[in-house]
Design a protein around this ligand. Structure first.
Ligand code: SAH
Ligand code: AVI
Length: 369
């Protein structure tokens, strides 16, 4: 793991914390863990530190979570509509087929916690199948986009309490909402953690195990965990999916430079960098890079960074997991399979997991036609 990615997950200063208002729901913006006294408010201090640290590495790198400012979230939504980007289509096909079985496993009055909820589109398939879901806690780092995405949900699902949380899900220790719901007598159902989109693939396997353990801790021993994971390994499918004809993924990647220019007083010339998608068969991951077209210097917050011609900033990993490899990963974190669903093209899988001691030995595999 590169130093910058490690630091992103271990030492990022606490984020913060204005309530975001608008629509029906009001988002709670949490520091995870609680804000140290005297620490500066706002997400930008950790963004600034990650960017400055990342640009000093031999292989320059910035964690992919920073791709998602409001524009980044919009561009990701456009990516999901592209012909080349199969993950959203294939996962949606699976969820349509399995939502009722997940709902049966979840039981009545479930409480749905979603990690990296984005547009919350796929969640509707789950919420529509569940028996009187009592609450939905979408967690996302892209504050305004989260707020916009959940605004109409309370009017679509009668009785559903929508409690958006702005924050970094890799830093969640506990969710006070669960206590609040319990105190209000509203937490009788099972906790269903929904983690779709193959977002888990944007973390290294070690980070993914740590995150799955963390979920086990905050969601509790009775939780059901639903994880979408891309299992495609064919570069002829993968490269176009991450470098599409229309250039939407290139714009998504380059938006990081625009964000750094805007938020960190930088002077990246977006035309002096090319988007590149690479498949690493050893690590079984697609990488996104921004490659410098020529030798140049860039200023960020008054510091100067040199780029050789052809030198890149590594901006995203997207790990691809075979069913067996994902099972090992989940087992290392204390989860066991209840069901495993695969789409008709065998490109994507939805893993339905329980805490190991509870679910041992009950697993089922299902292929969606
Ligand atoms: N779940 C949606 C969106 C996936 S895109 C789908 O399946 O289509 C990844 C989402 O995770 C984005 O909305 C991004 O803002 C969010 N995200 C990425 N890293 C995050 C982090 N560390 N904490 C919270 N949200 C994060
Ligand atoms: C959100 N995440 C799982 C996407 C992926 O496929 O890794 C983000 C993305 N990057 C480029 N295209 C889509």
């Amino acid at each position: 793991m590169s130093a910058v990615l490690r630091s992103f997950f271990t030492s990022r200063s606490a984020a913060a914390f204005k309530p975001v208002r608008g629509g029906i729901a009001t988002a709670t913006v949490y520091p995870f863990p609680p804000l140290r006294s005297g620490a500066p408010l706002g997400l930008s201090p950790s963004f600034e530190r990650d960017v400055l640290d990342g640009l000093t590495l031999r292989q320059k790198a910035i964690a992919s979570t920073w791709l998602y400012d409001h524009r980044g979230s919009e561009l990701f939504e456009q990516i999901t509509q592209l012909d080349e980007y199969y993950p959203t289509r294939n996962e949606t096909q699976i969820l349509r087929a399995c939502a009722h079985e997940i709902a049966a496993a979840a039981g009545p009055r479930a409480l749905v916690i979603e990690l990296g909820s984005g547009s919350s589109r796929k969640t509707r398939l789950l919420l529509g199948a569940l028996d009187t879901p009592q609450a939905y806690l979408p967690i996302d780092i892209s504050a305004q986009f989260l707020q916009e995405s959940v605004a109409e949900l309370p009017s679509l699902y009668a009785g559903l309490r929508v409690m958006p949380v702005v924050g970094d899900f890799t830093r969640i220790e506990s969710l006070p909402e669960l206590r609040l719901l319990r105190a209000a007598g509203g937490d009788a159902g099972r906790h269903v953690v929904f983690f779709p989109g193959s977002t888990i693939g944007n973390f290294t396997p070690e980070q993914a195990v740590a995150l799955l353990r963390r979920i086990r801790r905050f969601a509790g021993a009775d939780a059901l965990l639903i994880v979408g994971a891309d299992s495609t390994r064919d570069p002829a499918v993968l490269i176009p999916a991450y470098d599409d004809r229309e250039g939407v993924t290139a714009e998504f990647n380059k938006n990081l430079l625009a964000r750094i220019n805007r938020e960190l007083d930088a002077d990246f010339d977006l035309d002096a960098f090319d988007h590149q998608a690479r498949f690493d068969p050893l690590q079984q991951r697609v990488e996104m890079h921004l490659v410098s077209r020529h030798a140049q210097r860039v200023q960020v917050r008054g510091r100067s960074f040199h780029f050789e011609a052809g030198e890149s900033i590594h901006t995203e990993n997207s790990y691809k997991y075979s069913l067996a490899r994902f099972q090992q990963l989940a087992a290392r974190a204390g989860w066991t399979h209840l069901q495993r669903w695969v789409d008709g093209q065998a490109r994507f899988a939805v893993h339905v997991l329980e805490v190991a001691a509870r679910g041992d030995g009950r697993e089922q595999n299902v292929k969606v036609a």
